[in-house]
Design a protein. Structure first.
Length: 285
């Protein structure tokens, strides 16, 4: 299993990194589009569609992204889209986590399907616009999620249930603890301050997500990154809730050793558009 995970990670990085650092953003846009299409296919399967129906869901996601690309949305200021999308993510997450696994089945299947495709489309659009702002900006958002996940894992292993008696969400994801969440929060706060210092030291031409927030006030930086980590955890929990409702362990087996695409991008689905929302509200894009 470990060897599979390592090989899959190396292959993914070999595809993603050249696309990310290429002079033109187009290769990155295409790679992320393929990932979102795969995620939409998985969403169709989780929603109970057969192979043909799931492929159609993936095609619908590609078509929506392609139309946005052709209309020039990838280059426009979309503050209204980010505010609406970010707000819906917060409200929907709050309702879903309160309703729990049984609540997912109460949502009409058509609404669930549309919501999934829109979430993947919004994440693609946010990733593309973040890349067009600058590689430093995009990486700072991606690394936020990765650091939160890594620190949460090790903090949870080291201190899980040592300071609290209850799990984070036992009916949704029994392995997650509050200590893990606190570890992720602490790790990202350290990351944010270190990244701001690095931007200043190397005089980064394009400021990171953290530097843009810090320019408006250090208090805003701290509050924003804590909010982002919380929403990354919520994204993970929402996907776990949906998989539990569907009775599956992984969203698919597309990524050997890692599960499916949705298993890898679940925390990014809310955080990418929310990063764009916070940036558009605090600094001009």
């Amino acid at each position: 299993m470990l060897l599979q995970r390592v090989i899959t990670a190396i292959v993914l990085l070999a595809i993603l990194l050249p696309a990310l650092f290429y002079v033109s953003p187009v290769p990155f846009m295409v790679v992320v589009l393929v990932l979102m299409a795969a995620g939409a296919w998985e969403w169709g399967r989780l929603s109970g569609f057969g192979q043909a129906g799931s492929v159609a869901v993936g095609a619908a996601c590609v078509a929506l992204c392609a139309v946005s690309w052709s209309l020039g949305w990838t280059d426009r200021s979309l503050a209204g889209v980010w505010i609406a999308g970010g707000g819906l993510w917060v409200l929907a997450t709050a309702w879903l986590l309160r309703a729990g696994v049984p609540g997912w089945a109460l949502i009409p299947s058509v609404l669930r399907l549309v919501a999934g495709v829109l979430a993947l489309w919004l994440a693609w659009l946010a990733a593309v616009q973040a890349r067009k702002i600058g590689i430093n900006f995009l990486l700072s958002v991606l690394v936020l999620v990765w650091v939160a996940d890594i620190f949460a894992y090790f903090a949870g292993r080291a201190f899980g249930l040592r300071f609290t008696k209850n799990k984070l969400a036992p009916s949704i994801s029994p392995g997650k603890s509050w200590e893990g969440v606190w570890g992720g929060l602490a790790g990202v706060v350290v990351l944010a301050f270190a990244w701001v210092a690095a931007d200043a030291h190397w005089q980064a031409a394009v400021g990171s997500f953290y530097t843009r927030l810090a320019q408006q006030g250090w208090w805003l930086l701290v509050v924003a990154v804590l909010f982002m980590v919380a929403m990354s955890v919520c994204g993970d929990l929402v996907e776990s809730l949906i998989k539990r409702s569907a009775g599956v362990k992984d969203s698919s087996a597309l990524l050997p050793g890692h599960g499916g695409v949705l298993d890898r991008v679940d925390a990014l689905l809310p955080t990418l558009p929310l990063a764009m929302m916070l940036t558009s509200l605090t600094t001009p894009l």
